[in-house]
Design a protein around this ligand. Structure first.
Ligand SMILES: Nc1ncnc2c1ncn2[C@@H]1O[C@H](COP(=O)(O)OP(=O)(O)OP(=O)(O)O)[C@@H](O)[C@H]1O
Ligand SMILES: [Mg+2]
Length: 267
């Protein structure tokens, strides 16, 4: 049996769009015909768990069907357990997921032992970041006067250490893609500056830059239904269709393509 591809969505910065990206990648992969296991390491927040619970409820109430992932739940009570027990549960969840094509892991916006362990198991790390120097700060330090990149910072070091760990454990490398999220059409000057620093950092610490996602209502308004734009169809349309949906679908398609995921032609 081939090994599943492990995708970790990570960024120590809270609110960068990790869970939003996770649900869009999960539904994109499912509609691409893949079997997907999902793990939510944000044990307290459980955004993914809530999303898929909403999905089940909405589909049942509306007599519709849509592809579902396999969920491997790390129960809330684990949060009070010692680190070794939590890590053992994580490893057993990975074993349970071993027959899926993809294991998609959402991580909390903080540096936890669990999050670090997951990064060390990744084939691919996808990092969304808001289009701002506040968010850039967890990836790299810029000079306050010249805005030149001075050095990589916290989260880049986490990924660096994960790469070392993965290379030592299995001789495998980790592909890392950083993408800008919630892009606003009106911020050309700020964007150009952030762009330049992201490019400099990408050369320095070795990540690829993925196509960004605009700030769009459609990326958040379908959450209560457990749906994403990938699910919308003539029979599944809890909100009225618009050009925004078409544009969002194109954006997501470009993002999926840039991740080089081993999906069949259905994607
Ligand atoms: N591209 C986008 N367009 C519109 N809203 C977005 C977009 N990306 C994220 N959001 C919204 O921004 C907020 C934060 O996103 P999300 O919860 O996905 O971030 P996170 O990185 O998972 O946060 P945390 O670190 O707390 O887990 C949410 O309200 C989400 O709906
Ligand atoms: Mg989250």
């Amino acid at each position: 049996m081939t090994q599943p591809k492990v995708i970790v969505i990570g960024n120590e910065k809270g609110g960068a769009g990790k869970s939003t990206l996770a649900i869009h990648l999960a539904t994109g992969l499912l509609h691409g015909g893949a079997s997907v296991s999902v793990l939510d390491l944000d044990i307290r927040q459980q955004s993914l768990g809530h999303f898929f619970a909403n999905r089940r409820a909405w589909l049942a109430a509306n007599n519709q069907s849509a592809p579902m992932p396999r969920e491997h739940v790390l129960e809330a009570k684990l949060a009070a357990q010692p680190e070794d027990i939590v890590l053992a549960r994580f490893l057993s969840a990975l074993d349970e997921a071993a027959s899926s094509d993809f294991i998609l892991i959402d991580t909390p916006g903080a540096d936890t032992a669990l999050s670090r362990a997951a990064h060390g198991k990744a084939d691919l790390i996808v990092t969304p970041m808001n289009d701002s120097f506040v968010d850039f700060d967890t990836l790299g330090v810029v000079d306050p006067v010249t805005l030149e990149l001075k050095r990589p910072s916290l989260y880049s070091e986490t990924v660096w250490n994960s790469r070392k760990l993965r290379a030592m454990e299995s001789g495998l490398s980790i592909d890392w893609v950083v993408l800008r999220n919630r892009l606003a059409p009106t911020e050309a000057r700020n964007r150009r500056r952030v762009d330049e620093r992201v490019q400099a950092l990408s050369r320095r610490v070795g990540f690829r830059i993925g196509p960004g996602l605009r700030d769009r209502v459609i990326y958040r308004e379908l959450f209560p239904f457990g749906l994403t734009v990938a699910d919308l169809s003539p029979s599944i349309k809890p909100v009225a269709m618009s050009l925004q949906h078409v544009a969002a679908r194109q954006e997501l398609r470009a993002l999926m393509a840039s991740l080089n995921l081993p999906l069949g032609s259905a994607a």
